[in-house]
Structure formats: C-alpha cells, structure tokens
Design a protein around this ligand. Structure first.
Ligand SMILES: Cc1ncc(COP(=O)(O)O)c(C=O)c1O
Length: 594
C-alpha cells in the first residue's frame, strides 16, 4: 500500500506554516542550554524548580539505576512493583494530603488511564475547552459522552450540567492551563454536583497547597517541577486500588523506570525543603510578564511559571522565536493544533535557577537591544574553591584567585559560607588580596559543619547563605567562594559542600597539596565532583616548597593529567600580611573568568 499521501500531507502542513523542526539540545535542561554549539537562555522548559539537573537529583537517579536496574522488567502487576515505587507513591500521597497514589509512566498515560477507567457509556464528562491534549485523548478513549464547556466558564458549565442528567457526571480540568498559564476556578467547580478530576501538571511545586481537599482525583506528573519523568494519580484508597486493577495504561505498561523514580523521590524532598525555589520562580514570572508588557508585548499575567506571549499569526510567532534564538534565547513558537487557530504564541516559562542576568538577557532579546557592556558578564562569574582535604591551602588559593582578578581591575568578593573553629579564613584572604571578604555562618568547633552545628544544637540556614551569595553576585564582578573542608563534607543531613557549589552554580577549583598522596586525593575529588555534574575548572597546588623532593617535582605534571593545572603557589612561610609580602608565585588565571 502506497504511503505517497504522507508527502502530500507534509507539503500541506508546510504550506500552512505549521511544520515543526525542533532544535537539538546538547545539555541538561538548566537555565542555559547548549544548542548548535552556542549557550542560550532556556525560556521554555517545564523544569520550573530547576531540579532536573540538580546534582542531588541526578545522583539519586544514578543510584536508583545501580540498585534497581535500568528497567523495571515487568508491569506493576507482574514483578515490576519495586519498593521504590511504593515508597514514592506513599510520599506523593502524603505530600498531596491524599490516602493513596498510583504511578504511571507519564502524566499523559495517567490522564488516559484515569478517564478511561472511571467512566463508561452511561456517564458524561464535562471538559474545559483548553484542557491539555492528554485529557482530550483520555476523553476520546472513554466511552462516556463528552461535553466541552467554555474556558473557565462556570456559568456555562452549570447550564450544561443542568440540562444533562447521567448516571455519573465528571468535571475534568487542568489546574494551571498549560498554554495559557491561568488557573481553573477549583473552589467553584468543587461545589458543583459532579466528580471533580484535576490535572495538577503545571501547578505542582509552583502553586501553593494541594487540590486534594477539593478534587476527588488529582492527576500529576513527575516531569515538570519534579524534574524527572512519570505520572501519578492521588485519591482515596479505593480509587487507587480500583485504578491499579482497571487503568489499562497502568496495568499493561512496564512499571516506571527506577532512575526516574529515584530522581523524583529526591526532587519531592527538595521541593518541600527549599521553598525559595517556588517563591523565586513565581516572582520571576510576574516580573517578566510586567516587563514584557512594558515592551509592548501581549504577555498574560501568570498564575504560576507560564507567561504566554500572544502573537496570533503562526508565521509571526515563528519569526519572533527565530529573532529570540539569534539573540541567544530558546523559546519556540506554539502553533495550532497545540493552541486554537489565531492564537499562536510564545509560551515563555521561567525556572527557579534563572538568575537576574538570564532574565535581563531574555528581555534584551525581546526588545532586540544589544546588551549594554555595563551589564555584560562572562559565562564564569565566580569559582568555588574546594580541597582534597582540610588544611590543604584553600584559603591561600582563594586569596590568590581574588588578588589576580582584583589586580586586573575587577570588583572581587571573597565569601566563606561556613567557618568552623577559631580561624577567620575570609578575613585573612581579604587582607592578603585586598578584596571585600565576608563569612556566612560561624560554628564554634573546628569540625565538619554538620557535626559542629549538631554539637551547638543549631540548624544551618542554607537559604540565608544562598541569599547572601546572590547579593554578592549582583554587587561584584567576581565572587570567589571558599568551601569548608573537602568536597563531600556534610552541611546537614542531606547537603554536602558539593551541593552548595551546585546551588551557587559555580565551577570548582581544587586546592591540592604538593606532596605524596596528592594524586589519589585529587583524582577522587575530581571524580566525585564530575559524578555530581559539577564543572571542574582545574587544580591549584599550594605551599609548593622552594626545594621540592622527587614526589613534589613530578606531581604538577601528573596532576595536570587529572584536570588543568591553573597555578602553583609558593610556601606559606612567605606570607606576611602586615608587611604585604607574599610568595613569588601567586597568580591564578582561569580561562573565561570575567
Ligand atoms: C496539563 C498537562 N497534563 C499532562 C501532561 C503530560 O505529562 P507528561 O509529560 O508527564 O506525559 C502535560 C504535559 O506534558 C500537561 O501539560
């Protein structure tokens, strides 16, 4: 049978300006991504909280794959139900305030499964006209009669309900509409005489609270704010058991992959523990919408993280998207059939990990203004100095980097987020380099921060540390952050120094000793950093003796095989802060910094 008709159809799609040709992205869905060898600001991802590339989440995915395998091997009802699935179902139910949760391989499959399982030919489903395609397809799969009501129009819905008796009636709606970014009138829908099913895909992690107290069934996805992949449904224990038996997209689908479940479990914890992500993403969305309107765009007020910018004509939407891309911003045009005819748009979305600079770049691209040089910053705006161990010269390395860039004319700040014991590393590095220096949290005992904090019975306020760092980043050209101890030292029950570097989005510089043993310690540190998705810019050797022994003589060359050798600093004995003397070799230059 000939498939010639396909080329005719394709030609027709192309003529109407609706042929899709997506960009290929060569990096994780961070605030910036690599496309065609260029770094561009990502302004269209559903990774709203920035958790998809968070090293704690990717490490949890890797760990789950190692322990439970790459695939789960069978459907849930055969041998695919892993403790990992059950634990996540319990955590999701608890988070939503529901009795139970059922996982699916995607949010799409969750909508298909729920709508087809709960309804049949004697029932009626009332569906908002702008519901997501997976709800539309779930309705198609259901044998029930489907009545579409005008977008968020409760009066219209009521009149349809009044004139449509049925054995069972269901209302189904997106909570936050995927292409319009507005919110369904959940309270009013809940008051109507019908079973309410809501799809929380774009609400989870961004809107406050849960819908489980008003909706009978909540559908969710792990693929957006939770940065992973998979779908879920929460409801009563009976509904969950019923779906486990009757939802065909659950029963006849191989159980969700372990890596995705591990990632989602970690992301769920982080979503709850780091409320700054939700607050920040909402603030950014509102700010961007206001600024875009100021530039003359038809940007709608966002309820969550989605800012629709209405264009109308599909060709014009594509042209705007192309101009943005040329200016370094990725945000494809959304055209029919994803949105109704005549409403083509750019669906702008923000992420908690977008910095002020990303947002400025995005606005400049919309305004088609070249970025002013005063605002331009290089891709590396700072570094995080870690060590192979404690006492290996991190403070000296920090001072050397700061001094090098201050002497080049940059405004440089030194930041020591955590200081344990009596030492005052930041003050010393500030005095040696002549740079602004400050300390975040001080703890009395010279121990790992988590241990010192426990002994003092205090909790380290990581949000406050992050906020202080954000201020420094805004006020200085370069921020040199000095970690405490080595890379995997604990800050609290879950966070390590590596996580702090990831949170600051800073690449690492590893301070290494010159002596025997340093090759193994450095290799371990660099490997652990890379496994967590951290960028290692290179290694600096400090306290290098004037008369090196055989190990010290050969180490620099060997260390350079592990990561670029950025500098070798002379002996500590050469420092005299009062007199302003320091070792001869004190330069640490880093490509791309400033
Ligand atoms: C409202 C809504 N529901 C469901 C889905 C499907 O979720 P998933 O991507 O996990 O299949 C999406 C988007 O993809 C969505 O926007």
């Amino acid at each position: 049978v000939s498939l010639d008709w396909v080329s005719d159809e394709l030609a027709a799609i192309e003529r109407s300006g609706l042929l899709r040709d997506p960009h290929t992205v060569a990096s994780a869905a961070g605030p910036e991504v690599e496309v065609d060898g260029r770094r561009v600001v990502l302004l269209c991802s559903n990774n709203y909280l920035g958790l998809a590339g968070d090293p704690r989440v990717t490490a949890a995915a890797a760990l789950a794959a190692k322990r439970w395998g790459a695939g789960s091997g069978a459907s849930r009802l055969v041998s695919g139900t892993l403790d990992l699935h059950r634990d996540l179902e319990e955590a999701l139910a608890e988070h939503e305030g529901a009795e139970d949760a059922v996982l699916f391989s995607s949010g799409y499959l969750a909508n298909l499964g729920v709508l087809a399982a709960l309804t049949d030919e004697d029932d009626v489903v009332f569906s908002d006209e702008l519901n997501h395609a997976s709800i539309v397809d779930g309705c198609r799969l259901s044998k029930a009669r489907v009545l579409v009501y005008r977008h968020r129009d409760v009066a219209h819905l009521k009149s349809l309900l009044d004139e449509t008796p049925a054995r069972r009636r269901f209302i189904v709606t997106d909570t936050v509409f995927s292409m319009d970014g507005d919110v369904a009138p959940i309270d009013e829908l809940a008051a109507l005489d019908a079973t309410l099913i809501v799809d929380d895909a774009h609400a989870t992690g961004v809107l406050d609270g849960s819908r489980a107290d008003r909706a009978d069934v909540v559908v969710g996805t792990l693929s957006k704010a939770l940065g992973s992949s998979g779908g879920y449904v929460t409801g009563s224990r009976e509904v969950a058991t019923f779906l486990r038996n009757r939802a065909r997209t659950h029963v006849f689908d191989t159980a969700p992959v372990p890596a995705a479940m591990g990632a989602a479990s970690m992301a769920l914890q982080l979503m709850r523990d780091e409320p700054w992500r939700r607050d920040h993403v909402r603030k950014l969305a509102r700010f961007l919408a206001t600024e875009l309107r100021g530039l003359g765009f038809d940007a709608r007020e966002p309820a969550a993280a989605i800012v629709p910018v209405l264009v109308g004509d599909p060709g014009e939407a594509v042209a705007l998207s192309k101009r943005l891309f040329d200016a370094g911003v990725l945000c494809p045009a959304i055209r029919p059939p994803s949105v109704p005819d005549g409403t083509s748009r750019l669906r702008v979305t923000v992420m908690a990990t977008h910095t002020d600079e990303h947002i400025e770049r995005a606005l400049d691209a919309f305004a088609q203004r070249p970025r002013s040089t005063a605002r331009r910053r290089t891709s590396v705006h700072g570094v995080f100095v870690t060590g192979t161990d404690t006492g290996v010269g991190k403070t000296v390395v920090t001072a050397a980097i700061a001094a090098t860039y201050r002497e080049d004319g940059a405004r440089v700040a030194i930041f020591k987020p955590l200081q344990t014991g009596d030492a005052d590393d930041a003050a010393w590095a500030g005095a040696v380099s002549g740079c602004h220096a400050e300390t975040g949290v001080r703890l009395r005992e010279p121990l790992a921060p988590a241990v010192a904090a426990r002994l003092e019975d205090t909790k380290i306020d990581v949000d406050a540390i992050k906020a202080r760092y954000t201020d420094l980043r805004r006020d200085f050209d370069v921020v040199v952050v000095e970690g405490a101890g080595g890379l995997l030292v604990d800050i609290d029950d879950r966070l390590t120094m590596a996580d702090l570097a990831a949170m600051f989005e800073l690449p690492l510089v590893v301070a290494a000793r010159p002596a025997l043993g340093t090759l193994n310690h450095t290799a371990l540190t660099v490997e652990a950093a890379r496994a967590r998705g951290l960028d290692v810019l290179g290694i600096v050797i400090s306290n290098y003796p004037d008369e090196p022994n055989i190990a010290e003589r050969t180490n620099p060359e060997e260390l350079a095989k592990i990561a670029p050798l950025l500098g070798v600093i002379g002996t500590l004995g050469a420092f005299d802060v009062e007199a302003g003397t320091r070792p001869d070799r004190f330069d640490v230059r880093i490509e791309g910094l400033r």
